[in-house]
Design a protein around this ligand. Structure first.
Ligand code: ADP
Ligand code: MG
Length: 463
């Protein structure tokens, strides 16, 4: 009872924005994930703040967050979308249980300052866990790391300072570390390009551009994450460029991250690109084996000290995880969490074979499942020519496999419904929705269908 009140107190949403009933969502989590997962993980999630297109959810620890993100995020989003279709993203905020009340107070205090400041401050918080001390150096990030530190020592010498690299290689971590280092002595502004847009649009709607401009232009260190997000959004680029120029003019340090080199940004105006490339550009590359092993060991240490428990992963297993997880560091950490959780539950020292089993679906799902592959496997499975399966013909021997392929494309890839439709000879997304519903229903009612789908899934995972 007490717990429930406590949760309710922590739902901070201004009345006008509020449409979600968290209790209802929790009930649907319980129904859809089952008691075990619900009781161990989902029950502890609280609603911190609701926006039109995203939610901020509170979780008690980083491990908790990483675990949920690596295993349940897609499904959680799917569930909350049922309650509010406009949601397209979920963010997590770590709120230690005993600090929840304080957090609530803090947010309410912020509420008293002007609105734009309020909403930006909420996002402008640096994450104290992403600092230089726990950013591990390796060949792939050595240059980016050392220049990040130099930028902090000599402000405005490398301006703008631009960090590029693929997903999950440490861009946000470095940006955050720079922010932490400079906070205090400087007026640091840290924002993702996406949020910059959110405030931009909000200010236009409220006719409050003056405040918007002032707010960003008074920072002495302006850090903006994931600038590729601006691509194709002309009016936003224009505004960013003005902000950028006026900050440069007054000698503020600008720090930027992106998934690619400025010159390779698409649909961004040339003059912006060349100004972005005009300072220092550094790369984060894909980590080598040595760095991955170091990161795994460091994470194990962190978890051991946080949870005061002994984690037994031998060097063989650590090497295995490092060599299997090829794409990025975020994935590596997700995989590690999964292995640790398994060893906890089973209370045993893991072998490589155990790990292979635990990770089979993770690696396969993350990497290799594409719509093309699904179409090929399904058409082979039913002995059909791919062109027939994709054709407009509606006879059942063609239509069912087609629907199964669409269903699997929705379940096993991150493609959106319209994207999937396009890949099936330009069909409409409603056709895909219909296929997903039909196959979901059939696979519940019809054992043969269920068996076939499982076989196809296994074929896909084995490839
Ligand atoms: P990006 O912003 O490039 O997508 P992040 O900065 O979010 O990537 O990094 C993904 C995850 O990997 C984060 O949890 C981050 O702390 C961790 N990480 C990345 N690089 C390192 C590193 N060199 N040492 C320790 N952790 C790292
Ligand atoms: Mg990032």
């Amino acid at each position: 009872m007490e717990k429930n009140n406590f949760k309710k107190n922590n739902v901070y949403i201004s009345e006008e924005e509020k449409t979600l009933n968290w209790q209802d969502i929790q009930t649907s989590f319980k129904k859809n994930f089952g008691n075990e997962i619900y009781n161990s993980w989902l029950e502890k999630i609280t609603l911190v703040k609701e926006f039109n297109d995203y939610l901020i959810l509170g979780v008690p620890t980083r491990f908790f967050r990483d675990w949920i993100v690596s295993r349940y995020l897609d499904k959680i989003l799917e569930q909350v979308k049922i309650f509010k279709l406009s949601l397209n993203r979920i963010e997590f905020k770590i709120i230690e249980e005993n600090k929840q009340n304080q957090e609530y107070l803090k947010i309410n205090e912020l509420n008293k300052v002007t609105e734009i400041k309020d909403s930006i401050l909420n996002y402008n918080r640096l994450n104290p866990n992403l600092n230089f001390q726990n950013f591990i150096k390796g060949k792939s990030n050595d240059i980016a790391l050392s220049y990040s530190k130099k930028v902090c020592e000599h402000l405005s010498r490398h301006n703008p300072f631009y960090i590029c690299g693929g997903v999950g290689l440490g861009k946000t971590h470095l940006l955050n570390a720079i922010g932490i280092e400079l906070e205090g002595d400087n007026n640091v502004m840290f924002i993702s390009a996406e949020r910059f847009m959110y405030h931009f649009i909000k200010s236009i709607k409220k006719n409050d551009m003056v405040n918007f401009k002032d707010f960003f232009r008074k920072s002495s260190v302006f850090i903006i994450d994931d600038i590729q997000f601006l691509s194709g959004k002309d009016s936003l680029q224009e505004e960013f460029f003005h902000t950028f120029n006026s900050l440069m003019d007054k000698g503020s340090q600008i720090i930027i991250s992106s998934d690619r080199h400025p010159i390779k940004l698409e649909r961004i105006q040339e003059r912006i690109k060349s100004r972005l490339a005009g300072g220092l550009v550094v790369d984060l590359e894909v980590p080598d084996h040595e760095l991955k092993v170091k990161i795994i060991k460091k994470k194990i240490e962190e978890i051991q000290s946080q949870f005061k428990e002994n984690i037994n992963l031998n060097d063989d297993v650590i090497n295995f995880i490092a060599s299997e997880s090829k794409t990025n560091i975020r994935e590596l950490i997700g995989v590690l969490n999964r292995v640790i959780a398994f060893s906890r539950v089973h209370n045993k020292t893991l072998t490589i074979t155990d790990c292979k089993n635990i990770l089979k679906d993770v690696f396969n799902q993350i990497r290799v499942i594409t719509v093309d592959k699904i179409q090929n496997v399904v058409s082979n499975f039913y002995n059909l020519a791919l062109t027939d399966m994709l054709s407009q013909r509606r006879s059942r021997p063609l239509a069912r496999p087609r629907q199964i392929a669409m269903y699997l494309a929705k379940k096993m890839t991150s493609r959106s419904l319209p994207e999937i439709g396009r890949r099936f000879a330009n069909r409409d997304h409603t056709t895909v929705i219909h296929a997903v519903k039909t196959i979901t229903r059939l696979s519940e009612q019809d054992d043969e269908m269920k068996k076939n789908i499982n076989q196809i899934k296994n074929l896909l995972l084995e490839q």
